[in-house]
Each structure stands twice: as C-alpha cells, then as structure tokens.
Design a protein. Structure first.
Length: 172
C-alpha cells in the first residue's frame, strides 16, 4: 500500500510539473512576437525622401529616421522662415490620418531647412486600431512638405512613399 501511495504521489508531482511548464512557458508566451521593419523612399518634383522607417512591434511603433533631399537650388530656401512636413498613412477605415508632423518657423531669421533635413522620429504605444494596419497601409504613406522660399512665397509638395525593403523578425 505504501508503494502505491508513493507511486501515485510521484505521478501527481510529475503531472503538476508538466502542466506548470505548459502553462507558464507555452500558454503565457505572447501570441505575437513578430516585429516588422519597413524602409520607405519617395521621389517628388522638388523633394525626395530616403530611408524613412516604420518599425512595428506587438506593443509599440516607431516612425521616422528618414532624410529629405531638396532637389532645387539651395539659394531658393536658405532664407526660408517656415517649413512643415506631415506624414500620413491610411488607417483601417481607408482614410488618411496624420501620424507625424514637424513645423519650424522664425520671425528673426531663417529656419535653416538645409541643416534640418533629417526626419525626426516618434515612438509610442499603438494608437486605436493601429494593430489592424498591415503592409498595405504603410505602403500608402505620404509626406507633404510645405515651405516658404527666400521671397516669402509658400510652396507645397506631396510625395508618395513606397516600401523599398522590409524585414520580418519572429521569436519562434
């Protein structure tokens, strides 16, 4: 009888160890550990965009780190007192939404557009419906650049960005 109790106790202990392993390792593992990295470029009439990145993890998203290239005569914008760029993506409803904006203006001198051609970055938690977005949403990213020239005249150009490369990282 004593051997039967020891045998049954051993089976219960081993069974509990296996179930604990399954619960804590397999079941509690995050369901999606995929990280998507998109690199986008775009060509416009006066502006090009290179190496704009979108990095999507299960809990956060980073946008930015790209560069703007002015294709005109630098003398046209060296005394500019205003520039703005606004990045938009298509949301899950099929409408464009602004995801990043930068504005610089000055009353006492130029804003030095040519010295500030790097697109900053923003990282944050996923916004409402953000996780419903996929490659197609990011493929439709646009940037609108608005600036004034040395004469104070405003100009605006929208550049469509395309995914140049993509990397998918899985923790499987």
């Amino acid at each position: 009888m004593k051997k039967l109790i020891i045998l049954l106790s051993s089976i219960i202990i081993i069974s509990n160890a296996i179930w604990s392993y399954v619960f804590y390792i397999v079941i509690n593992k995050p369901s999606d550990t995929t990280i998507q990295v998109y690199n986008l470029n775009g060509t416009g009439v006066m502006w090009d965009v290179i190496n704009y990145q979108i990095i999507v993890s299960p809990s956060k998203i980073l946008r930015g780190h790209g560069g703007l290239i002015f294709k005109g005569d630098p003398n046209q914008i060296e005394n500019s007192t205003y520039y703005k760029y606004e990045l938009k993506e298509i949301n899950s409803n099929g409408s464009y939404e602004t995801v990043y904006v930068k504005i610089a203006s000055s009353e006492d001198g130029p804003v030095s557009i040519l010295n500030n051609l790097n697109i900053g970055s923003i990282t944050g938690e996923h916004a409402y419906d953000e996780q419903k977005k996929d490659k197609q949403n990011y493929e439709n990213t646009t940037i609108t650049i608005t600036w004034n020239d040395g004469k104070g005249e405003f100009h605006s150009e929208t550049v469509d960005l395309e995914i140049n490369s993509e990397i998918t990282l899985n923790d499987d």
